[in-house]
Write a protein that binds this ligand. Structure first.
Ligand SMILES: [Zn+2]
Length: 125
């Protein structure tokens, strides 16, 4: 698989699309994930606990953005400490909630690139 295909597959999963067929949805709500793709029947997670990779992507991204944002706003604007803490704690919590499914889907893309996302059997039609 070449670099442009790899980037396209990861980009698609970031937008919650199946990396195998590129059409099916990975999620069915804010926190609900399909076990298999509704279009091609690819199983997204084969082993229990596989979603921990997505959780790590989510937490590391949230902490990097929060700490980077806090340092930059402190350096350029020096707002009061109460504002910094309130804003960045709220940002951190909201980011973790709303980026969760994208981070977990990105991990499904990584699993696909490693060869772990493929259909169990032909789709029922
Ligand atoms: Zn699919």
């Amino acid at each position: 698989m070449n670099l442009s295909t790899t980037i396209r597959k990861l980009w698609l999963t970031l937008w919650l699309r199946c990396p195998h067929c590129e059409r099916g949805a990975i999620t069915s709500g804010l926190f609900r994930f399909h076990e298999t793709c509704p279009v091609c029947n690819a199983r997204f997670e084969r082993r229990e606990g596989e979603s921990i990779g997505g959780t790590m992507i989510n937490l590391v991204t949230a902490e990097l953005l929060t700490m980077g944002g806090l340092i930059i706003t402190q350096a350029f604007y020096a707002p009061p400490v109460w504002f910094q803490l309130t804003f960045w704690i709220a940002f951190n919590i909201l980011f973790i909630i709303f980026f969760y499914r994208h981070a977990r889907a990105l991990w499904i893309g990584v699993a696909y690139l490693a060869g772990y996302v493929y259909p169990d059997e032909p789709p029922q039609s």
